[in-house]
Design a protein around this ligand. Structure first.
Ligand SMILES: C[S@@+](CC[C@H](N)C(=O)[O-])C[C@H]1O[C@@H](n2cnc3c(N)ncnc32)[C@H](O)[C@@H]1O
Length: 285
């Protein structure tokens, strides 16, 4: 005789185990009141972030913290630095890596940097939205390879103060370096016998000017040969992106290059005045 299953899984009610999301979509006024309070708290202009995406991500965090009301969530952010950090991380997503999109960095090294080094006397480069510094230090290593690091003005900016502090410390965990080519490991010194943390060379740290800057609410320096703004604009509205790319254009020298992320494109690049030299590299004429 066939043995009967003691439990029929399909018939058991597991609903009590699923986290409940009682979040009710806030009215436009509620959401904008929350936004303007949070803007003061984190010192970042949120007007130009896509509202729907931001709301979805805020909803996820509120749900994770068992909160159903935006103002209750705001009060939590105000008094709990860890929750505020979680909120900022969610908003900005600071994932990065050294030589991110390696083939594009190779193109930069082989095609663009030699031109810049040949044509420019005061080389100026900006990593806009630099996160923990992997991007700007990758550039510093390349300029060092060309033997011109001491002649280059490297600027790295981010709106997030804490992330900038990490960038400036130049300290990285083992796993943050695991994809790094052997040729560049000479720049990293282990900070402990187990080789769990490494510090990048002082020469590279000293070659970079780090600054806090909200890209959507600040005036930009001029005369850059190269600007990298990669994987930063994903949550910006289309209008904010248009405005930002035009501002980058104005900050470049004639012949200067804007290097963007590998999932990004500038639709109206011709209207701005750019030429597309190859995917993700835009040149100012
Ligand atoms: C995903 S990381 C990109 C890091 C690096 N550019 C790369 O491609 O690997 C995005 C960074 O942009 C910064 N960011 C986001 N919005 C910003 C804004 N309005 N102004 C300045 N930085 C911003 C975040 O803090 C974050 O560190």
């Amino acid at each position: 005789m066939e043995k009967k299953n003691k439990f029929d899984l399909d018939k058991i009610d597991f609903s009590h185990l699923v986290p409940k999301n009682n979040y009710k979509k806030p009215s436009e006024q509620e959401f904008s009141a929350f936004k303007s309070k949070v803007e003061h708290l984190i010192n970042l202009d949120l007007t130009h972030y896509k509202s729907n995406q931001m709301e979805r991500r805020i909803n996820t965090l509120m749900n994770r913290n068992g909160i159903e009301n935006l103002m209750v969530y705001y009060n939590l952010l105000k008094k709990d630095p860890d929750k505020l950090r979680e909120f900022i991380n969610m908003l900005t997503i600071n994932v990065t890596e050294f030589f991110r999109n390696k083939e594009k960095f190779e193109e930069l090294e082989n095609d663009h940097l030699p031109q810049i080094i040949k044509n420019s006397t005061n080389i100026k480069v900006w990593s806009a939205g630099c996160s923990i510094g992997a991007e700007i230090y990758s550039l510093a290593m390349l300029f060092d390879k060309f033997g011109v690091l001491n002649k280059v003005d490297l600027v790295a900016s981010d709106f997030d103060k804490e992330i900038l502090n990490k960038a400036q410390s130049g300290i990285y965990a083992e796993n943050e370096l695991k994809l790094l080519d052997k040729a560049y490991t000479k720049y990293f010194t282990p900070l402990d016998p187990e080789k769990k943390r490494f510090q990048i060379s002082k020469k590279l740290i000293d070659s970079v000017r780090f600054e806090r800057r909200d890209l959507l609410n600040s005036t930009f320096e001029k005369n850059f040969d190269l600007i990298l703004c990669r994987n930063v604009v994903i949550y910006f509205t289309e209008e904010a992106k248009d405005e930002l790319y035009a501002k980058f254009y104005n900050s470049l020298k004639p012949g200067g290059i804007l290097f963007i992320g590998s999932t990004e494109r500038i639709n109206n690049y011709k209207d701005i005045g750019f030429d597309l030299t190859s995917s993700f590299f835009y040149k100012k004429w």
